[in-house]
Design a protein around this ligand. Sequence first.
Ligand code: 5GP
Length: 191
Amino acid sequence: MSEGNIIIVSAPSGCGKSTIINALMARGDIDMQFSVSATNRPPREGEVDGVNYHFLSDEEFRREISNDAFIEYEEVYPGRFYGTLKREVERVCGQGHNIVLDIDVKGGINVKKMYGDRALSVFIVPPSVETLRRRLESRATDDKAAIDCRVAKAEYELSFSPMYDCRIVNDNLDEAVENVHDVIVKFIGEV
Ligand code: 5GP
């Protein structure tokens, strides 16, 4: 049995990355499983341990680092660590399934470097930085300072998008899902 391949999906926050991944998983016609990362951030309402993330204490996360359990890990927000577990990728890919990684830009670039042609890296981009700002404002979950901060971070992250194999614009959600679906199917057919 041949090993499964790796699909990396990254995007600045507010670009609909999780929605797109969830839509693809729900559609279910691509053989791929979600990589459950580890994090030391607390669960949000509705999140389930072992499903959305493996929620670890600071101490547990540090132990996993010293046990060399991660393919990669990043401090995505101050004090908040996220990491892709080797055992997760080995289990899924070892059974011949593809795995989809919802990870930040630095992590995505590192995993692509490690796996080369076995990995497809997809970057979801907003139609423009202005549209992203309007979307964040309409969610009304953040104040102006927080939105400015997210937009600045998004601009920084977008500067890395040329390092990804492909960029998909999320202007219309259904079209974006369709386009991500198509690049994954093409990749799986070619590797
Ligand atoms: P959230 O806290 O909103 O679930 O995720 C915050 C950010 O962490 C997102 O950009 C998400 O893609 C990223 N992230 C989640 N898991 C991992 C991981 O295992 N490694 C890296 N580098 N980033 C991750």
